[in-house]
Design a protein around this ligand. Structure first.
Ligand code: URA
Length: 193
């Protein structure tokens, strides 16, 4: 347990607990407003993220920003974005369960310190790990589930939307539902835009 966000980040950046650390250019701790009430969780860094040390900076990041902006969310203002694993899996493969097991402690600490009101899981990897092991994005996207006082929702991963644009409308519906939920349960998210 860390006393501050800064102490957590400093220690996380030195992490060598799993094999992914060996191949990283940069660890991707996360990006955004650490006082935000809404946390987005992706899967893990890809090539561009590894090079720049920031989450969702490639094509899928552009699409994510479009969805965010459509409901007045902005990674520079009122949300925070993190990933299930902080280092890039080789060839962008799924992070292995054992890599997630090790890395999830960093995310848990981020959540403990941030205390977000809403966590949005971007894609299957995050949703199955954080919401339910059998979570099916195509069936359960957009549903809010209360987990110990934090509302959790899973939606499509932006990279999956680039591969399968048929789901873009459903994803937009999820973001509209998110906007309504934020208005209901968040106090300052929309004050800061
Ligand atoms: N995909 C993710 O899940 N996370 C990133 O940071 C980038 C792409």
């Amino acid at each position: 347990m860390y006393n501050s966000w800064e102490e957590l980040e400093l220690n996380c950046r030195k992490c060598e607990k799993c094999a992914l650390a060996k191949h990283r250019t940069n660890l991707v701790f996360g990006y955004g407003n650490k006082n935000a009430e809404v946390l987005f969780v992706g899967e893990g860094p890809g090539e561009n993220e590894d090079l720049q040390g920031k989450p969702f900076v490639g094509r899928s990041g552009k699409l994510l920003d479009m969805y965010l902006h459509s409901i007045d969310l902005d990674r520079d203002k009122n949300i925070y974005i993190a990933n299930m694993v902080k280092c890039r899996p080789p060839q962008n493969r799924d992070p292995k369960p054992e890599e997630q097991d090790i890395c999830i402690d960093w995310l848990r600490e981020q959540v403990r310190i941030m205390r977000p009101k809403i966590i949005v899981c971007l894609g299957r990897i995050a949703a199955q790990r954080l919401i339910h092991p059998d979570f099916k994005v195509t069936k359960q996207h957009g549903e809010f589930i209360d987990k110990n006082g934090t509302l959790m929702m899973g939606t499509f991963h932006p990279a999956a939307l680039l591969r399968n644009p048929n789901n873009k409308g459903d994803a937009l519906d999820d973001f509209m539902a998110l906007q309504e939920k934020i208005k209901q349960v968040c106090k300052h998210t929309y004050d800061e835009v």
